[in-house]
Design a protein around this ligand. Structure first.
Ligand code: HEM
Ligand code: HEM
Length: 316
């Protein structure tokens, strides 16, 4: 007798296959996410309308007041440093990701100048990805050290370091305002809102030093044998990667907010050291972006190998 598959089973198995499909899962994840988001916005609006909360928002508008001595606006050096930082970190992240995902590297770099830097150890040999990572780390850290010096020499640090406890209620206030989609009116030219201050502080004074301290521990030139016991390499490894995740998450949210809260004015702040709604900042940003794309595309193995060969021997 001929057996035919029952239609219910085949529909069932098709459904089972569909539910395992990534795109199908997206089909229901998106509406659920939108519903949750709408719920959060409605809840935030409801909370905002309560009289007590309204007086809280008046008392803590979302931005702390800066000391009189704090500078107003962005100097050109800060624009340069911010732009260079973005350029360098792009390649730091790219090469870090390569190190993370390449289990068996095929190209290696070995330093030529073993004379000056020779220690008890053999000449360093590393994968080309690690060479690229460390090269851009060096540029990034040099830029960062100069940034620290200039921040503290010019008083600009006052805009990045929370100096009063009221930063916390203000951050809560700003969060509520963001969540209710009635965003705080602000001018980053004069002062950042509390969430911005906290996140910039975390990036500059927590995440960046953490990346350096854990990166140095993993680096082939780590020679502090005595410190190795109290600071095992496993700890550094376990922290370094999450730090990258933090940077990437920060950058995504940061750039989305820059573009959704007055893009032209914000870009003028950070790319043209001015506080108006013209297109100059956008133009400079676009040029910087083109430069980053060109460098990204140019960073192919042939070219990297040629550059790496200037200071060492590249082998397969
Ligand atoms: C500040 C100076 C830094 C130094 C000296 C440094 C050094 C290193 C070293 C030596 C490794 C290789 C570890 C291994 O061989 O397994 C590494 C891996 C890595 N680095 Fe960095 N790094 C620095 C900053 C950063 C930053 C800022 C990021 C990202 C924002 C980053 C992302 C990564 C990633 C994703 C890996 C791969 C980690 C893994 O496979 O789990 N690094 N780094
Ligand atoms: C390329 C994309 C980026 C754009 C368009 C951008 C844009 C901006 C803008 C417009 C501001 C000033 C905000 C205001 O005036 O309210 C700012 C500040 C800042 N950004 Fe970015 N940014 C980018 C990438 C990054 C990256 C990659 C980092 C760090 C990993 C970063 C870290 C910061 C910090 C720390 C500040 C505060 C600087 C200070 O006041 O000293 N940005 N950014």
């Amino acid at each position: 007798m001929k057996t035919t598959r029952s239609p219910t089973t085949s529909t069932g198995s098709r459904l089972a296959a569909l539910s395992g499909n990534r795109w199908f899962r997206l089909v229901w994840i998106i509406p659920v996410a939108l519903l949750v988001l709408a719920g959060v916005v409605l809840a935030a609006r409801g909370i905002r309308s309560l009289p007590d909360v309204q007086s809280f928002l008046t008392q803590f508008p979302g931005t702390t007041t800066l000391p009189e001595s704090a500078p107003v606006g962005f100097p050109a050096w800060l624009n340069w440093q911010h732009g260079l930082n973005a350029f360098f970190i792009l390649f730091v992240i790219r090469s870090g990701w390569q190190i993370h995902t390449t289990k068996r590297p095929t190209m290696f770099w070995k330093r030529n100048n073993t004379g000056l830097l020779r220690t008890r150890r053999a000449p360093n040999k590393m994968s080309l990805s690690l060479w690229l990572h460390i090269t851009f780390d060096t540029l990034w850290v040099a830029n960062g050290v100069l940034f620290y010096i200039l921040l503290f020499a010019t008083g600009q640090w006052l805009r990045l370091v929370p100096v009063t406890w009221s930063i916390f209620p203000n951050a809560l206030s700003a969060m509520l305002q963001y969540a209710s989609l009635d965003w705080p009116v602000e001018s980053g030219w004069v002062n950042y809102n509390a969430i911005q201050t906290i996140s910039y502080f975390l990036v500059v004074f927590v995440a960046a030093p953490l990346a350096l301290l854990t990166g140095l521990r993993m680096s082939p030139s780590w020679t502090f044998r005595r410190l190795s016991k109290v600071y095992p390499i496993g700890v550094a490894r376990a922290v370094h990667y999450p730090v990258m995740i933090f940077f990437v998450a920060f950058i995504v949210v940061h750039v989305v907010l820059v573009f959704s809260t007055g893009a032209l004015r914000n870009l003028n702040h950070m790319y043209a050291a001015r506080n108006d709604d013209g297109w100059l900042g956008f133009g400079v940003f676009a040029a910087a972006l083109v430069l980053m794309i060109v460098a990204w595309v140019a960073a192919r193995p042939v070219i990297l190998r040629a550059i790496a060969s200037l200071t060492g021997t590249v082998s397969r």
